[in-house]
Design a protein around this ligand. Sequence first.
Ligand code: ADP
Ligand code: MG
Length: 144
Amino acid sequence: MQIETFSPEETFELGRQIGREAKPGEVLTLIGDLGVGKTVFTQGVAAGLGIEEPVSSPTFTIVQVYEDGRLPFYHFDVYRIGDLEEMEEIGYEDYFYGGGVTMIEWANLIEDILPEIYREIRIEKNLEKGFDYRLITIEEVHRS
Ligand code: ADP
Ligand code: MG
C-alpha cells in the first residue's frame, strides 16, 4: 500500500489509523532518513492507541514504554545502537513478543533480530513534489 501525504498532519492521521487498528503483538518498523517523519507517524500511532502522554523520540533510552493506551506501546529508536548486544541487554524479546504494539524507528539497523512477520513502513521525500511531500509505503514482511 502506498500513500502520499502533503503535511505532517496527514502523516499523523495515517499513523492514527494504524494505531486504531493495531492488535496485540504487532511489530511495526519505520525506515527513512533523518527528519522524514518517522516520529510524526509514531505520534499518530500512539494517538490511535489512545495514548495521551506526549511521545517523542527516545534518543537516550532506545525504548520508551507507554502504558496508558488501549494496548501497551513500545517505542524503539535504535539510531544510536552500537551492536545487537544492547538489544539483548534491554530484553527486546519481551517487547517484540509481548502483548503490546512495538514500533521501531531505524529498524534496518537491527534487521537480524526482527521477528518473522512485521509491518514495514517506509517514508520517503521527493523534493520535486514539494518540501512537505512524503511517499509512505506500508508492506507486510515475512522473513524466510
Ligand atoms: P524523523 O523521526 O524521521 O527523524 P520527525 O518526525 O522527527 O523525523 O520530523 C519530521 C519533520 O518533517 C517535522 O518537522 C515535520 O513537521 C516535517 N514534515 C513536513 N512535511 C511532513 C509530512 N508530510 N509528514 C511528516 N512530517 C513532515
Ligand atoms: Mg525520530
